[in-house]
Design a protein around this ligand. Structure first.
Ligand code: SF4
Length: 254
């Protein structure tokens, strides 16, 4: 009897509130039109507490156009790693003007960290994971401070870890929304043509997924579009979708 009393009964772990919120949102909104999902997120569920994160890459214009149609003042975070194509920076300016986006926020790497960890700017060649952490993940974690939700442009057809993408997911204490999760490549192209939206200039040159200049290559017709990213390496993701929590605050998680 004494032994039994000494062993505390096992209790179920309390449910993660963000996971539960994502689960409920998936159940409530999974059949809604993409525009309506964005409207509900930007003006309802997360009003004033949500940002869209965009690379202004090959397909970004579709989500940016949808979000701008809902509310052109929605905060849009762009991570300028210092390694972007010049054409991406010019495309960002073009879309800002064309779509009337009024709150584009540029997140940049910490200059002090660059000085100590990547003084000759060649870290991408030796340690791409660390380079992405310093140049992408940590700046985004800082830029999302104060937001309770963020919108990403990932799609299931991009394959890999994205193949089973839900509409809503938990990202630490934030909800992450993937409004285009179930869009096909054809859906994206049809929407872009229907609204006469400009294409990233590098697409016509054979680039179908566009990130930093040193880590992006052209893609052949028989390749998946993300095969051009970190070509020849096992790396397939920069890390911003692998969890931001440890990089928030003063950057000591780096
Ligand atoms: S994509 Fe390449 S250059 Fe850009 S942050 Fe990652 S490793 Fe560095």
């Amino acid at each position: 009897m004494a032994l039994l009393e000494a062993v505390a009964p096992e209790r179920d772990a309390p449910p993660d509130p963000t996971l539960e919120q994502a689960r409920q949102l998936n159940a409530r909104l999974e059949r809604w039109r993409t525009y309506d999902v964005l409207d509900e997120m930007i003006h309802g569920e997360f009003a004033g507490r949500i940002a869209l994160v965009s690379s202004f890459g090959a397909e970004s214009v579709v989500l940016l156009h949808l979000a701008a149609s809902v509310d052109p003042s929605v905060p849009v975070i762009f991570i300028d790693t210092g390694k972007m194509f010049g054409s991406t920076l010019r495309y960002r300016e073009e879309l800002q003007e064309r779509l009337g986006l009024t709150d584009i926020r540029v997140a940049r790497p910490d200059p002090a960290l660059l000085l100590t960890r990547d003084p000759d700017a060649s870290l991408w060649l030796r340690q791409p994971d660390e380079c992405c952490t310093i140049r992408k993940v940590a700046p985004l974690a800082r830029a999302l401070s104060g937001f309770d939700a963020w919108i990403s442009g990932r799609k299931r057809f991009q394959g890999g870890s994205r193949a089973a993408l839900p509409l809503f997911e938990a990202d630490g204490d934030r909800v992450k929304i993937n409004p285009l999760a179930d869009w096909s490549k054809d859906d994206i192209q049809s929407y872009r043509r229907l609204h006469d939206l400009p294409e990233h200039p590098l697409v016509a040159d054979g680039f179908r997924s566009i990130g930093c200049m040193p880590c992006t290559t052209r893609v052949a017709d028989d390749e998946d579009e993300r095969d051009g990213r970190w070509r020849g390496a096992e790396k397939t993701e920069c890390g911003i979708h692998l969890g931001l929590a440890e990089f928030e605050g003063d950057g000591s998680g780096i």
